[in-house]
Design a protein around this ligand. Structure first.
Ligand code: E4P
Length: 217
């Protein structure tokens, strides 16, 4: 399972990239707003830090303009993945951009049929939004499971990029459901390493080690 960081904050990306655990980055217009920075400048910096795919989202909603913005974003670096919303224009733009050899990430996926459509369009990734589905008192993880079944039924190569992840449990459940990628905010990826018994066990070991009076050299 690949881990992507869901942020446009380059300091956090640099920090997580140093762990060797980072396979890519996702951004969206809200995250660019939060960064307070220029989109092209920020994406260029992220692409220099991270080797894997970096999603940059178009702001246009009509086909022609989506193509124009998508190509502009893709020109920033070779690891840019063009992120497009799942609308009719978005799906059409996805097909065109894929035929031109670009990578695409189809976002704002809330139904298995939307995922089926973008897989047929040849999208590199589809991003089902787990947390936002849960917010509607529905089941975000069932969406991941349904998409996994559909993609496996037809051997679609589009990768399931689980998005809108809010908790460490979301990550575990995505892994059990067979999502290809989990994109997480820094606060969630940090939670993955934590367990109170690890902290307690380490404190006990360190205390006993000190009593041995030994050093390892
Ligand atoms: C990532 O690609 C999505 O844009 C992001 O995960 C959405 O997360 P949110 O629902 O917490 O805004």
């Amino acid at each position: 399972m690949k881990f992507f960081l869901d942020t446009a904050n380059v300091d956090e990306i640099r920090e997580w990239n140093a762990t060797g655990m980072l396979d890519g980055v996702t951004t969206n217009p809200s995250l660019i707003l939060k960064s307070g920075r220029d989109i092209k400048e920020t994406l260029a910096e992220i692409c220099e830090i991270v080797e894997g795919d970096v999603s940059g989202e178009v702001a246009a909603t009509d086909y022609e303009q989506m193509l124009k913005e998508g190509r502009t974003l893709a020109a920033i670096a070779k690891n840019i993945c063009i992120k497009l919303p799942i609308t009719l224009d978005g799906v059409r733009a996805c097909k065109t951009l894929v035929d031109e050899g670009f990578k695409t990430n189809m976002t704002l996926c809330f139904s298995p049929n939307q995922a089926l459509l973008v897989a047929k369009a040849g999208a590199t990734y589809v991003s089902p939004f787990i947390g936002r589905v849960d917010d509607m008192a529905s089941d975000g993880m069932a969406l991941i499971e349904d998409i996994r079944t559909i993609f496996d039924n037809y051997s679609f190569e589009t990768q399931i990029l689980a998005a809108s992840i809010r908790t460490a449990n979301h990550v575990k459940d995505c892994a059990l459901a067979g999502a290809d990628v989990a994109t997480m905010p820094p606060s969630t990826i940090t939670q993955l390493v934590k367990h109170p018994l690890t902290d307690k066990g380490l404190a006990d070991f360190l205390s006993d080690w000190e009593k041995t009076g030994q050093t390892i050299s």
